[in-house]
Design a protein around this ligand. Structure first.
Ligand code: ADP
Ligand code: MG
Length: 294
């Protein structure tokens, strides 16, 4: 099976920000969710894998391919959707995809036409193919972005926060589309939304402040928290007390009252009831490490 092996990868920007600190990750075929808050280093890591940016140290291998050295070879098998991408407003989706297909080296016109038509169908944009991109909604642009990334049957697909800015329906359409990509391809999806990972990814990593906090299978990470997550609805006035006393991993408000999730090996007190942990608990127990953010 094809594997992407990232070892000891570090990057410090000129302003002194350590965006990546000795990152070690092994990513197999299938969907890999890279989950982390803003500023975690997700985009830096993805640009580095996509050969657009050099790290200060470390190595990235994809099978026998040395990603940091053999950039041209990597680009031939790469599909990349950056977090922010510009579109020429006055060209059509069909023309844009055709143009990118040429850049990807698909020289045969017939082959190119078929591939563009296929991807327009796949992304539900076929009926809009002659429309200028300035008339496209956010969801349509995002789907066009993924169509562009899928040109030329890439073996390595990197999509950077593709669901940010989409509404619920747009998001689910987009995720379904990614879910249809073959199992023999490596797909790395970054997101700050736990739901994206939960629905799609067989493997995941949580990163924050340039460090890998967890790497593994979502289901196993959830299992590891069994019996350790407790819930209690409290009064607002008592919030500070609880935060001081317990490892509060998250707080939600229900009908104006704080509902705490607490990490503890044993039942904290009578008022706490055990709950089945989910991926959100995994995420917040790693990210907040006792702090409360929601
Ligand atoms: P994420 O994608 O998880 O939000 P980024 O990789 O964009 O994280 O950023 C990681 C850190 O590096 C942040 O603190 C960000 O401000 C900083 N950073 C990103 N790009 C640059 C850059 N070109 N120059 C300086 N700092 C940067
Ligand atoms: Mg980013």
């Amino acid at each position: 099976m094809l594997e992407l092996k990232i070892q000891n990868l570090s990057k410090t920007y000129e302003n002194g920000v350590e965006a990546l600190k000795n990152i070690d990750l092994t990513i197999s075929t299938g969907m890999f969710g890279l989950l982390g808050p803003n500023g975690a280093g997700k985009s830096t890591l993805m640009r580095t894998i996509a050969t657009l940016q050099a790290p200060d140290q470390g190595s990235i291998m994809m099978g026998d391919l040395n990603v940091l050295e053999q950039k041209q070879e990597v680009r031939k098998i790469l599909g990349y959707l950056p977090q922010e991408f510009g579109l020429y407003p006055s060209i059509t989706a069909e023309d844009m995809l055709n143009h990118f297909a040429i850049l990807k080296g698909i020289g045969d016109q017939q082959e190119r036409r078929e591939m563009v038509a296929y991807l327009l169908h796949q992304t539900d944009l076929y009926d809009h193919r002659q429309k200028k991109l300035k008339g496209y909604s956010g969801g349509m642009k995002q789907r066009l972005g993924i169509a562009q990334a899928l040109l030329g049957n890439p073996k390595l697909i990197i999509v950077d926060e593709p669901t940010a800015g989409l509404d619920l329906e747009g998001r689910s359409r987009f995720l379904n589309l990614l879910g249809e990509i073959g199992e023999s391809v490596i797909v790395i999806l970054s997101t700050h939304m736990v739901e994206d990972v939960k629905e799609l990814c067989g493997q995941m990593a949580i990163i924050a402040s340039g460090e890998v906090l967890l790497n593994g299978e979502p289901a196993k990470a959830i299992d590891a928290l069994k019996g350790k997550i407790w819930e209690k609805t409290i009064n607002k006035e008592d919030f500070k007390d609880y935060k001081g006393k317990y490892k509060v991993i998250s707080t939600a408000f229900v009908a104006g009252k704080p509902v705490l999730h607490v990490f503890c090996d044993t039942q904290p007190d009578d008022g706490f009831k055990p709950i089945e942990p989910d991926l959100k608990d995994v995420y917040f127990s790693h990210i907040n490490n006792g702090r409360t953010v929601i």
